[in-house]
Design a protein around this ligand. Structure first.
Ligand code: SF4
Ligand code: WCC
Ligand code: FE2
Length: 624
């Protein structure tokens, strides 16, 4: 059997994998093994089931068929598949953004309970940015107009999304020249589905260009709306200390994990968990109190804004239940494995689904309704509390002590720490104390030793004076490894270390959930504008060392389309087309000033990124 140390570098995971084995409970790693060998055609992206004349496969060795029944060759099939993947990822983020927007609109109209406009300053700034009058107007009036305006961004009425104007002018002009300026968020996604229907867009390059536009509708559209409106409703994050790993579960307490992506419900659950009646009930049942923890990005949203402890990233969701100490796992949507209800059946854990669009057979469904937000929050917490009575103390195994983590680095917080302007950061980069910055983001994938890619790449980058910005499951990985406390400055090279120590910040900054990758875009745009250059000229890079999700593909695409070269640690299914692979890993550089690279070994990825950053520095005339 596989040594757990080859499955995860995190000791909480290693211990729980042993528990899973001794209890005979299947995990994501077992199922990956059972899938071997995975389909070689699908790995290369040369299989298509877009119509009923198929499914078709192109023989990558050239001996068998080179065309599907319709006549599509490998290039078209790979490009279409990639296009649909981007659309799925972009749609996921954007539909999340729309859900937030609808609750924001309802809150503006006074139709919700448990919600309010928390950051009025940000509301006013955003409204002013979009040309909405703010003077002598109530918060409600401004919020109603802002909601209205952003709803237009989803549709067909606009020629360009509102937030496109946040990108540097040269970038906007480039997108216009290429015809990839995103118009409507839904429109670009629907158009991608249309184009990839049999017999529509048969030009792989044309499909890929629309792929960029579709991804930009996510990065500068749906995701950005999700981030900005979440800040307005739930508060703009500022630095906060908390803890991370499965040790955040507490033995004598009612433990409730909030898993998924949308802060909409989880935020009211945090309010509900403070309800004295529920806390009293928990005590009546013999618990010390109610302990909320996060998983995946719902966890990141709560960690960033409220300092709620983080139980783990993607591959920890099954293992968290196996601690026997979890009363309830509350899920909204995205990245929630269907297997969690199977694992929960072996324990007393109740899985509570909350989104009507994401149902889980075997879960209790409590339908989310923002009009009764608090009431529903209380109902959910109360189900977790009652489940405590069913806990079997003999089965409780909580591995490890929690590790400290600092989170909360919104762009506002970073600029605030710098005195309100990007100038000090630009100066540090210009004089070489900081060589550049890299966004290390994305998932866990059982094909990669869990957290190894994130933690190793990050370690090498900070050692070499490169500031690391993290979101999503990457942030949780680095947090568990102790890289995200101010004392971790000692792990950084001398220039980065001195800067971090002066500011009291870690060398790895937690910027939030996956939709919050848009914070990195906004920061990159601010740096570029300050220097009067395009984002593609900056010493920046992106990396997704352990990505698994369609959303990660959309993120990678919008980051590259925004001019930031990105290194992937897992092969995307495109290698069956030399033309598409060549375009993405080289040709794109001439088109958008950035490209993709694939490097599974994080040590080598670090070298590649350092070379890239030094190349950008040299081109800007910055000291070597
Ligand atoms: Fe086959 Fe073409 Fe249909 Fe795809 S669209 S399944 S390649 S016939
Ligand atoms: Ni975002 Fe990736 Fe985690 Fe899911 S939670 S697993 S998309 S990084
Ligand atoms: Fe297949």
């Amino acid at each position: 059997r596989r040594d757990p140390r080859t499955m995860s570098i995190a000791s909480d995971a290693q211990q729980m994998i042993e528990v899973a084995r001794s209890e005979g409970i299947e995990t994501v790693w077992d199922r990956l093994e059972a899938q071997q060998p995975q389909c070689g055609f699908c790995v290369l992206g040369v299989s298509c089931r877009n119509c009923a004349m198929g499914p078709c496969r192109v023989d990558p060795f050239g001996a068998g068929p080179q065309k599907g029944v319709c006549g599509a060759g490998a290039d078209v099939i790979v490009a279409r598949n990639l296009g649909r993947t981007i659309a799925a990822g972009s749609s996921s983020h954007s539909d999340h953004g729309r859900d937030i927007l609808e609750v924001f609109a309802a809150t503006a109209h006074g139709e919700t309970t448990g919600y309010r406009i928390q950051d009025v300053g940000k509301l006013t700034r955003l409204a002013a940015e979009l040309g909405i009058p703010t003077e002598d107007r109530t918060t409600t009036q401004v919020a109603v107009d802002l909601a209205d305006r952003l709803m237009d961004d989803f549709g067909t009425r606009r020629a360009s999304l509102s937030f496109v104007e946040r990108s540097p002018k040269p970038r906007q002009e480039l997108w216009d020249r290429l015809g990839v300026t995103p118009r409507g968020i839904d429109r670009e996604n629907v158009e991608m589905l249309h184009r990839t229907h049999m017999g529509v867009d048969n030009d792989p390059v044309n499909i890929l260009l629309h792929g960029l536009r579709t991804s930009l509708a996510d990065g500068w559209g749906g995701s950005m709306i999700a981030t900005e409106l979440s800040d307005i409703m739930f508060g703009t994050p500022s630095p906060v200390m908390s803890t991370v790993n499965l040790g955040t579960l507490k033995p004598g307490w009612v433990n409730i994990a909030l898993h998924g992506h949308n802060p909409m419900l989880s935020d009211v659950i945090v309010q509900a968990a403070e309800d004295p009646a529920l806390v009293d009930r928990a005590r009546e049942l013999g618990a010390e109190g109610i302990n909320l923890v996060g998983l995946c990005c719902t966890g990141n949203e709560l960690l960033m804004r409220r300092g709620v402890p983080m139980a783990g990233n993607h591959l920890m969701q099954e293992l968290a239940i196996m601690t026997g100490a979890l009363e309830a796992m509350v899920v909204d949507y995205q990245c929630i494995m269907p297997s969690v209800t199977d694992v929960a059946r072996c324990y007393h854990t109740v899985v509570i689904s909350t989104a009507d669009k994401a149902r889980f057979p075997g879960a209790v469904h409590v339908s989310f309704d923002p009009g009764r937000g608090l009431e529903i929050g209380r109902d959910i917490v109360s189900r977790g509390v009652e489940a405590f009575a069913n806990r079997n103390p003999d089965r409780v195994r909580i591995p490890d002590e929690p590790v400290e983590i600092m989170a909360g680095f919104s762009v506002e917080a970073i600029l605030g720490a710098l005195g309100g302007t990007p100038a000090p950061l630009v100066e540090a980069i210009a004089d070489g104390r900081i060589r550049g910055a890299v966004g290390v983001v994305g998932c866990n994938n059982p094909k990669i030793t869990q957290d190894y890619g994130h933690v190793t790449l990050t370690r090498r980058l900070i050692e070499n004076d490169i500031l690391v910005l993290v979101t999503g499951c990457a942030a949780v990985a680095n947090g568990k490894a102790g890289q995200m406390v101010p004392a971790a400055a000692s792990l950084a090279g001398p220039g980065l270390r001195a800067t971090c120590e002066a500011l009291g910040i870690p060398p790895v900054l937690h910027m939030g959930s996956c939709v919050d990758n848009t914070r990195i875009l906004v920061l990159a745009a601010a740096l570029a504008d300050h220097l009067g250059v395009d984002m593609s000229q900056l010493p920046l890079a992106g990396a997704a060392p352990e990505w698994y999700s369609e959303k990660a593909v959309a993120i990678g695409a919008y980051v590259v389309a925004s001019g930031i070269t990105t290194v992937l640690g897992v092969d995307p299914p495109i290698l069956g087309s030399a033309a598409v692979t060549g375009l993405l890993t080289s040709g794109l550089d001439d088109v958008v000033g950035a490209k993709f690279a694939v490097e599974a070994d994080p040590e080598k990825a670090a070298v590649l990124i350092r070379r890239h950053i030094e190349g950008k520095r040299a081109a800007l005339g910055l000291p070597a």
